[in-house]
Ligand binder design. Structure first.
Ligand code: B12
Length: 212
């Protein structure tokens, strides 16, 4: 029996080695990458967030859990991003300025690749100017902006304003996501779409592509 609870606990404990070993064992037993995400990894990270919020965890624990999660995501990435799927569109992705959270963004990117999107990931702490430059240079269908801090939500608005100012807004659909982001907020700032997780991101992206 795959030890999904054990994997979640290793993430919570920030024990990358145990998380990797248990994940490898689970994959050998036929557990799918999506099962791992839904039943071990994402709940584990949510618990880390709760412990941090309640003052039981501090930054070093957050960092260790983040690293354990990143190592496991690297292991399951090839399973999520199947290379043989036909390309359905081009997706530009990044975490906004002053924000270095990338776990959720990376999951969204992997899932979109799995659903057949060609994904270009600009990384973290990406400025509005960098997004604008990439949109101008490439022929992307959708831009996905990730923000995990209430403090960096204004950076999302800045990207939209910069695209507008450069006359590029009609060229691309914009999707937003991240823990503090809601569908209501996405509507309010004039984004085209919002999604709470990877599978929803793939559904919304497919819908937006049809509209464009
Ligand atoms: C891990 C973590 C870190 C790690 C990040 C490691 C990494 N490589 O990403 C480190 C240690 C670096 C970190 C630092 C900080 N963090 Co932090 N962090 C977290 C934590 C615990 C988990 C985030 C995570 O990975 N979740 C798991 C993934 C799967 O979920 P997700 O990110 O939400 O992504 C999903 C969806 O949101 C969505 N999605 C995400 N992006 C996108 C994009 C698009 C386009 C779409 C469609 C969807 C989408 O799909 C994803 C997949 O399901 C959260 C707690 C939480 N509840 O989120 C705090 C949290 C986000 N951090 C917080 C804080 C305060 C900080 C620091 C300021 C702490 C400090 N004092 O320094 C710094 C800020 C650093 C910076 N400038 O960015 C606060 C933010 C509070 C707020 N409302 O602003 C939180 C909420 C913790 C808390 N409860 O207080 N953090």
């Amino acid at each position: 029996m795959a030890d999904l609870d054990g994997i979640g606990k290793s993430i919570i404990d920030g024990d990358a080695e145990s998380a990797e070993a248990l994940t490898q064992a689970a994959l050998k037993e036929g557990v799918t990458a999506n099962e791992l995400l839904d039943h071990a990894l994402v709940p584990g990270m949510q618990e880390v967030g709760r412990l941090f919020e309640e003052g039981e965890y501090y930054l070093p624990e957050l960092v260790a859990s983040g690293e354990a999660m990143t190592r496991v995501l690297e292991l399951i990435e090839p399973l999520l991003s199947r290379g043989d799927t036909p390309r359905i569109g081009k997706f530009l992705l990044g975490t906004v300025k002053d924000d270095v959270h990338d776990i959720g963004k990376n999951i969204v990117g992997m899932m979109l690749r799995g659903y057949g999107w060609e994904v270009t990931d600009l990384g973290v702490d990406v400025s509005a100017e960098q997004f604008v430059e990439a949109v101008r240079e490439g022929d992307y269908d959708i831009l996905g902006l990730s923000a995990l801090l209430t403090m960096t939500q204004p950076s999302v608005v800045e990207v939209l304003a910069a695209l507008e100012a450069e006359g590029l807004r009609p060229k691309i659909k914009v999707m937003v996501g991240g823990a503090p982001v809601t569908g209501e907020w996405a509507d309010r700032i004039g984004a085209d779409g919002y999604a709470a997780d990877g599978p929803e991101a793939a559904r919304v992206a497919a819908r937006l592509l049809k509209k464009s």
